[in-house]
Ligand binder design. Structure first.
Ligand code: AMP
Length: 579
């Protein structure tokens, strides 16, 4: 089939939708379209979806839930005798969704758009792409979940006004608060002629599962107090109680009180135990207040990043099953007011938005154009001019609209430098230790003066994948890497000599001028810093000799420069140590 399907590959549930006659439709896989993201092994057979979720309660050791939390890691998941990658498990869920939807739709599904939390790293995005590939699908685009939700909301708004023209000039700002089973995202979008993501932030390890765990802990404490049975590390009991806790939490969204009456809970030593207790909504809210607080901190951060105050937000969209919890609605209402919260289906809007994005790609009649942003700053590790320490300098700042290509020019540090180390970091700090190293390579250099220009270009594509190209300008040396998410080493490194002038014009005079400038600048910075008078004088004299040699076009300029450079290195090291 030519259509592109939209898939919300959720931590707890997944969903598949498609655009028909300009409107998104959820395909009722597993009855209502909300498919548990669970895989379970039954003898030889791998089950997916609702049947797997039912089986998982009784056979947790032969089942996998919440695999989304492991995407981008190298963790292995055991099912029976076989080990699986997180990508394999996600691929099974994707395959199941497409097979079942294909049966309903009457044809094979091949092309898909898959959503991910806006805060997913490159590794997690690449793992999601890989899962699609392993499912035999063509992944046309990876889209941020809040962006998809906003796209759906915008489309619904058009439909509900009988396709009356939308006054896009004053369409305003939308905040999407998405709390699912395992991840939390908040984004601020500008709903103009194009939908622009102004800020997005979140927490990939915060979701409904954390709320459930608080209830499980409370139940286990009760069992310990009553029967002195410790269920802490007993997997079958934990799986059973996780299900009980989730039911309790959901009941408390509708009712003020929920009763837990469980018998035959598996316990160590082939024993079983029972529990009977009551939870009030108030109790649950108290037990999980800090989790809700964490989401509110992210909301404030997103507002700060978008440079907006709450009164400037026209609509707040609540997405993800957890937003059915009344306390979440009331906390958000306290900030933005109830009038600004339209009712959108928290379970289906992301997949429906992905279907709209699929429609846009395949050229169907949709008005919106999607603009997305980089969720993290992508930087390069460089030697600081100031104090000679290694620091991250941004190439593509966070929240840059994608696809984006940005280049920056750097200089080599010493005369005839042999290589340049290129370490690509993701994160907001200037300190490399506080960021994540996502890829590295080396550029082998042709012999050149110090401060020879090195151009480093990053491209960030619509799927959030990073490509780096670095080139020694004027010397035809180039290296490229693609970054492998599952192994933080380059997957392909390709150092190539290219024809002179193919990329950049030969520009040695400019390189030479920059090199001289760099050396004198470094010397001057150090002279100002050094306290030891003798060392200060030695360096000042060497600099004066260098400047005179430059002026007189002295034949031994290289020797004088080498002398100055070794003094600079010596003093720089000492100075860095003292710092
Ligand atoms: P999602 O990842 O968006 O499918 O959201 C799944 C999460 O929402 C799970 O933690 C569910 O337990 C939770 N959830 C679903 N419905 C409700 C409800 N009515 N009240 C509270 N939490 C809910």
């Amino acid at each position: 089939m030519d259509k592109i399907y939209g898939i919300d590959l959720g931590t707890t549930n997944s969903c598949i939708s498609v655009l028909k006659d300009g409107r998104p439709h959820t395909i009722p896989v597993d009855g209502n379209g909300i498919v548990p993201s669970v895989v379970s092994l039954d003898k030889e057979n791998l089950l997916v979806g609702r049947v797997a979720a039912n089986r998982a309660a009784a056979f947790p050791e032969q089942s996998v839930r919440s695999v989304k939390r492991l995407m981008g890691t190298t963790e292995k998941l055991k099912l029976g005798k076989k080990d699986y990658d997180p990508e394999d498990i996600s691929a099974m869920i994707l395959r199941y969704l497409c097979d079942e939807a294909g049966k309903i739709e009457g044809g094979d599904i091949d092309r898909v758009v898959i959503t991910v939390p806006a805060y997913f790293s490159d590794a997690q995005r690449r793992a999601t792409m890989e899962a699609g590939k392993r499912a035999g699908l063509t992944v046309e685009r990876i889209v941020n979940e809040p962006t998809a939700a906003a796209l759906f909301y915008d489309q619904v708004k058009i439909a509900s006004t009988d396709a009356a023209p939308v006054h896009r000039e004053d369409a305003g700002y939308v905040l999407v608060y998405d709390l699912g089973g395992g991840t939390f995202d908040v984004s601020v979008l500008r709903m103009g002629e194009i939908i622009e993501v102004m800020a997005s932030t979140g927490d990939t390890h915060l979701g409904g599962d954390d709320f459930d765990r608080r209830i499980v802990t409370r139940i286990m404490r009760q069992i310990k107090e009553k029967d002195d049975i410790d269920l802490n590390d007993h997997v079958p009991a934990l799986a059973r109680l996780a299900g009980v806790a989730e039911k309790t939490k959901i009941t408390l969204s509708e009712n003020a009180v929920a009763r837990v009456n469980e018998t035959h809970i598996p316990a160590p030593g082939k024993k079983t135990c029972t529990v009977s207790m009551e939870f009030s909504r108030e109790e649950l809210e108290k037990m999980t207040e800090d989790l809700v607080d964490r989401t509110i901190v992210c909301v404030e951060k997103a507002m700060d990043e978008a440079k907006l105050t709450p009164d400037k937000i026209d609509r707040v969209l609540l997405v993800g099953g957890m937003t059915r919890m009344p306390v979440i609605v009331s906390r958000i209402e306290q900030i933005f007011g109830a009038a600004r919260m339209p009712v959108v289906d928290p379970d289906l809007s992301v997949a429906n938005g992905a279907a709209i994005q699929g429609g846009i790609i395949s050229g169907e009649n949709c008005e919106q154009i999607l603009v997305d942003v980089t969720p993290h700053t992508l930087s390069l590790e460089v030697l600081s001019d100031e104090d000679y320490t290694l620091q991250c300098t941004p190439i593509i700042p966070r929240n840059t609209q994608i696809p984006a290509t940005r280049a920056r020019m750097f200089g080599t540090v010493v005369h005839n430098q042999e290589t340049v180390r290129l370490n690509v970091y993701q994160g907001e700090s200037t300190d490399p230790d506080e960021n994540t190293l996502i890829g590295k390579t080396e550029l082998k250099l042709a012999k050149a003066e110090a401060d020879c220009p090195i151009v480093v270009e990053y491209s960030y594509d619509l799927n959030g994948i990073v490509h780096l190209i670095a080139e020694q300008k004027g010397y035809s040396r180039k290296t490229e890497i693609r970054i492998d998410s599952r192994n933080p080493q380059p997957v392909s490194q390709n150092l190539s000599e290219i024809e002179d002038g193919e990329w950049y014009e030969e520009d040695e005079p400019e390189a030479e001028a920059r090199a001289i400038n760099f050396v004198t600048q470094r010397a001057n910075t150090l002279i100002a810093k050094i306290e030891d008078k003798a060392k200060k004088k030695l360096l000042s004299d060497a600099l004066a000799r260098y400047e005179k040699a430059l002026k007189d076009d002295d034949g031994d300029i290289d020797g004088i420069e080498d002398e100055l450079l070794s003094l600079i290195e010596e003093n720089a090291e000492e100075n860095a140590e003292e710092n």
